[in-house]
Ligand binder design. Structure first.
Ligand code: ZN
Length: 346
């Protein structure tokens, strides 16, 4: 009999069909690396050289308005262009290409250069949730758009070049790979069980509690059974809605609250502004609303300290992802952290 706390094993991600190798016995080996203490960063509330701060100039001579809440604009260096051709070009049956058109936008969360989601108030986060919802509603109904990806890259470690709190939206004609995998799994599950995959998963997780991080009336944040990154989490709506546009006003408040709780715990883990890539998965255009269940994924790279990060290299790059600390141990650590941000503690 395998003991999940002791024996190497692999776990299946039912949303994608991917496996992750878990090696819990390795957490018992001594850690030789140095644990560095990181100096607390302090940033000004306004930076005259930041292209996202209110009133400042961006590339191409665009000037930001003196915005006071959130601010959305078309990315000046967009990876996708609205009018590019979408036909196929296949020089050989093995060599396929397909044009992808789309719209890329940037959303500033706050005029304040020094804040992060974790340090914003729940009411301010609600403003961000409303903007995400408006953007999704508009773009998913735009002709030629197949999928709307909202994502945040936080921290220099994640390759984010500007600390001003912001996220990106890439709305594309094509449905991206991860979404296509999750769509296939969720549609198959609905056909077989008549419920969403994540409704049944959530029911089990809430009943056992082992991998929960924080919860409220409308949302649950947990470390998924199949987590790859050490402190990877998912935020899942309790009601099986297919997108942000189906949330009630109370549920949007619930989402704002759970994001505040989760990102605060993340920051408290190593007492830094915690880096991650995170974003929402929701229904593509024209897909089955019954099958899709709104959720967000957070993939933080940090492992043991503010400076020791996990890399997906070696075996992971060539064979499959692997982790040492179990998802249950990671969830316990996050769950036990304070819900009060370390910077606001006296
Ligand atoms: Zn997903």
């Amino acid at each position: 009999m395998i003991d999940l706390k002791e024996h190497p094993h692999r776990r299946l991600n039912p949303l994608t069909g991917d496996w992750v190798l878990v090696s819990p016995h390795r957490t018992k080996r001594p850690w030789q690396g140095q644990v560095e203490k990181v100096a607390r960063e302090t940033r000004a509330t306004y930076d005259p050289s930041c292209y996202l701060c209110p009133g400042n100039e961006r590339a191409g001579g665009h000037k930001n308005p003196a915005y006071t809440g959130t601010f959305a604009f078309t990315n000046d260096f967009a990876a996708l262009l609205p009018s590019s051709p979408v036909d196929e070009l296949d020089p050989h049956p093995l060599l396929r290409a397909e044009g992808v058109s789309g719209i890329c936008r940037v959303i500033c969360f706050s005029p304040r250069h020094d804040l992060t989601l974790a340090e914003m108030g729940v009411e301010e986060i609600r403003g961000v949730v409303d903007t995400w919802t408006d953007q999704y509603s508009e773009l998913i109904h735009t002709p030629g758009i197949g999928y709307v990806q909202i994502f945040e890259n936080r921290g220099a470690m994640m390759g984010c070049s500007n600390p001003h709190p912001h996220c990106q939206i890439w709305a594309s004609s094509a449905v991206p790979t991860e979404i296509a995998k999750e769509q296939a799994a969720q549609e198959a599950y609905l056909r077989e069980h008549g419920r969403t995959l994540l409704a049944d998963y959530l029911e089990y997780e809430v009943a056992t509690g082992e991998r929960l991080v924080c919860v409220n009336e409308h949302f649950v944040a947990l470390v998924p059974w199949w987590a790859v990154w050490p402190f990877e989490t998912m935020v899942i709506s309790r009601r099986p809605v297919s997108g942000l546009d189906e949330l009630s006003s109370d549920e949007r408040d619930g989402l704002s609250d759970i994001l505040k709780q989760l990102t605060t715990r993340y920051d408290n883990l190593f007492e830094i502004s915690f880096p991650y890539s995170g974003g929402f998965h929701q229904r593509p255009a024209g897909s089955n609303k019954e099958a899709w269940h709104l959720h967000a994924h957070y993939h933080p790279p940090l492992l043991r300290s503010a400076t020791v990060r996990k890399f997906l290299v070696g075996y992971e790059m060539l064979a499959m992802p692997q982790r040492d600390i179990t998802p249950e141990a990671a969830a316990l650590r996050l769950r036990e952290l304070s819900a009060v941000h370390f910077k606001s503690r006296v």
